[in-house]
Design a protein around this ligand. Structure first.
Ligand code: ADE
Length: 229
């Protein structure tokens, strides 16, 4: 690739990345700050979008169209659906779906609209690079479907429903919008998340407690992938 985008949703998700960039210059477009710099000689643009699908769509589009990024890595935190995922564990998306997209009244499945797809797959080469890095670092890496929606899920029933309906292992609020943008524009993309909570009644408390440490776990992993891209 010529230029690699690395995005998060929140300041905490990109702060560990900014620490590692050299020759940084900043610019503001559409109310987001974009950090252009280098890492081990590779050109990188880092930005956080703000929370949710709409803001994430805007930022992903800007990174590609305005900054000319031709590959995108997302780093951040997620709520666990699967019991196999504990706080701090890493998951990479093999596909992303929108759990709050609903035109089932017309007989369509949850997450589907005409000319779209329920589950958008991520780039296989980038997933393989992640597995290589995990092996080298001796880290456990889960691969599975991640469900996205404009809701902070702190409810076991809602979480179980999302898990069953989409066969999803984790949930968050941006991944599927990045997937829609990148797949529509032919840009290879990768979504990594570290678990901050279990999307249950303790989720709000756990999220506040573990956002910073889990965001760093994810960011440190993603930056170490860059050397292999
Ligand atoms: N990101 C991290 N935890 C989350 C949750 N419980 N719901 C939605 N997005 C999240």
């Amino acid at each position: 690739p010529k230029k690699i985008a690395i995005m998060g949703a929140m300041p905490e998700e990109i702060a560990p990345l900014l620490d590692k960039l050299d020759n940084v210059t900043t610019s503001v477009y559409a109310c987001n700050t974009y950090y252009e710099g280098t890492y081990r000689g590779k050109e990188i643009v880092v930005a956080y979008s703000k929370i949710g699908k709409v803001f994430a769509t805007l930022t992903a589009t800007m990174l590609i169209e305005k900054f000319g990024c031709d590959l995108l890595l997302f780093s951040g935190v997620a709520g666990a659906i699967s019991d196999e995922l504990a706080i701090g564990d890493l998951i990479i998306a093999d596909g992303l779906c929108q759990h709050d997209l609903d035109i089932t009244a017309f007989g369509h499945p949850h997450g589907y609209v005409p000319e779209g797809e329920v589950c958008i797959p991520t780039d296989v080469t980038l997933r393989n690079i992640a597995k290589e890095v995990a092996n080298e670092k001796g880290l456990k890496l889960k691969e599975g479907i991640i469900a996205t929606g404009d809701q902070f899920v702190a409810n076991s029933e809602r979480k179980e429903w999302i898990g069953e309906t989409f066969k999803a292992h984790a949930l968050e609020m941006e991944g599927a919008s990045v997937a829609v943008v990148c797949s529509s524009m032919g840009v290879p993309f990768f979504i990594m998340r570290a678990i901050s909570d279990s999307a249950d009644m303790d989720a709000g408390f756990d999220f506040d407690a573990f956002l910073e440490s889990s965001a760093k776990t994810s960011a440190d992993f993603v930056i170490s992938m860059v050397e292999k891209i």
